[in-house]
Structures are given as structure tokens and as C-alpha cells.
Design a binder for this molecule. Sequence first.
Ligand SMILES: Nc1ncnc2c1ncn2[C@@H]1O[C@H](COP(=O)(O)OP(=O)(O)OP(=O)(O)O)[C@@H](O)[C@H]1O
Ligand SMILES: [Mg+2]
Length: 312
Amino acid sequence: MILTVTANAAIDKRYVVTSFDVGSVNRVKSAEFSAGGKGLNVSRTARIAGEDVIATGFLGGHAGEFVQEKLKAEGIREDFVWCSGETRSCINIWDESHHTQTEFLEPGARATQQNQDSLVKKFTELAADCSVAAISGSMPEGCTSDLYKRMLAAGKKAGKKVILDTSGKTLEECLDDHPFMIKPNIDEIQMLVGRKLNPDDTKELLDAAKELHARGIPSVVISLGSSGSLMSCGEGAFQALVPRIDAVNTVGCGDAMIGGFCTGIARGLSMPESLKLASAVSAAAAMTNRTGFFRMEDMKKLEPLIEIRKLR
Ligand SMILES: Nc1ncnc2c1ncn2[C@@H]1O[C@H](COP(=O)(O)OP(=O)(O)OP(=O)(O)O)[C@@H](O)[C@H]1O
Ligand SMILES: [Mg+2]
């Protein structure tokens, strides 16, 4: 079983408009609503890969019930902490004429200290039956990185592998709590090591990953979009090369990659094998319009084409 944490879940609303004009009435051609939030993308991709998943985090109001129903329909178990506010909406507007994407991300309803204590307790209980957990994305108002730090500590105490995929100050502040894996993209790794890195310079990137290792993080994966990824872990340093594909939506590919890693770890695969699976899942996710989703047939076709090279 895989446990996922989505502290800032959302209803993702995708609007398609003929033309998006600021300051005027815009008629929406089609609207699509789905359960969103990075941890839910992880849940969905691991579920599609065939794993049993239980999702936790915060939900609230009717929007929270909508998310709950969507998860049920997708075969994802859930056990959330219910807050008094309404789960947020994130709106993504696709302008067909200009091929532009405009996003509105609500901050999310406040989680009280009591809500946060309940989530740490729930995480601890649920993690007992899981082989791997992933904490993803941002937190709603009222939370500090202390929430993630407490879950990381609980996971560690129970001997569980906890992956942390967040950004900014939260990611930085949680490094000393030693998540089992982090998966920074190029912006995130630059922020963590405090210097500019050349995305084409493998040595420079691996040195940065090593610095994070030295701080006690067993697996550091740097994701590089269409250029694949680099992984430094106990089994060595590896590069994953992905084939050239027809990418239609790369938002959430990192989440799909975490879903793939969770799947590999839950199956007891080695880290390089898990990297191969995670690369196939994330590249397949880039081939569909739906965020945090992939087709099994795309993944199966891509998997043999992913090249894993041992570097050090
Ligand atoms: N255009 C692409 N072609 C093939 N594979 C891709 C492409 N974009 C992303 N991927 C796959 O997805 C992985 C993660 O992508 P990326 O580095 O963009 O993550 P990210 O920035 O964390 O994304 P997000 O936070 O939106 O989920 C890559 O390492 C690669 O395996
Ligand atoms: Mg990411």
C-alpha cells in the first residue's frame, strides 16, 4: 500500500475559451473538473500503475466531498482530515487562439492547529500499513513546515520511506528531517544549493545532488523535463534518458514521476529499476492532456525505450 499526503487539495477546473480577454466577459466553451493537488496526482498515477493507494490530507465543504467522490470513482482509498473551510479551486484557462495558459490558484482554506495535529496522527496510523509514503505540494494557510517535519519524523520512527516533493522554503526547511527521497527540478535544486547550475552539465548536477546526500537524504533525483533525470542514491549515480515524444501537457509530470517511484518501491524494485518505471510513467503522463494521468499502453511502449545509464 502507498500513502499519499495532499495538504492543499483542490478542484482543478480546466476552461477552454476561444479567446481570453482580460477585462471583458469570456464565455467558456468547455469546462472539465477533476480532483487536483499534487498528492492526488501521485495517487492517481500510482493507482493506474496498479498499486493500492490511500490518500490523506485536508478536505472541506462540498468541494471536499466532490474530491472524495472523484477519488472513490478512481479506486483510490481515502481518509482525510475535515476542516471547516471549503476546499479550494484551481482554474486553468486554455486560450485556443493564442495557445496560452492562464492559471488562478486559490490559497486554500485555513487548517487549524487541531486539524494539523489530527493529520499527523492519521499519517502515523495509516503509514503503519504502507511501505512508502509521499508528501506532495504546498500547504494551506495556517500551516508551517512544522506539519511536514512532524510527518517525516513519524515516518522515520516507523522505519518507512517517506518521499517529499515540495518547493521553496518548505523544502529547504525539511531537508534536515531527512526524507527518503526528494525530486527537485532544475529551479528547485538551484534554490537548494544556492547557485546557478547548467542543466546540460551532468557533473555539476550530480555534485549538487551529492551535497544534498551529505545532508542525510538517501535518494536525490533531479528531474530535467524532456532531458530525463539524474539520480544519486545508495546504489550509485544514474542517468535516465527518455525518448523524444509528442508532449501535449507536461504539468504534473513530476507528480507522475513520484507516483512511478512509489510504485517501484512498493513492489520492492531496486532504485535504478524504480527510476526506469518512474521515467516511463512520467513521460507517458506528458502524452495526455489530463494532468496527473497516463495511459497504460503509452507507458508500456515507452518503458523499453528508457535508457538507464550508471554514471558513478
Ligand atoms: N517533454 C517531455 N518528454 C518526455 N518526458 C518528459 C517530458 N517532460 C517531463 N517528462 C518526464 O517527467 C519527469 C518530470 O518532469 P519535470 O522535470 O518537468 O517535473 P516537475 O518540474 O517537477 O513537474 P511538476 O512539478 O509540474 O509535476 C522528467 O524527468 C521526465 O521523465
Ligand atoms: Mg515538481
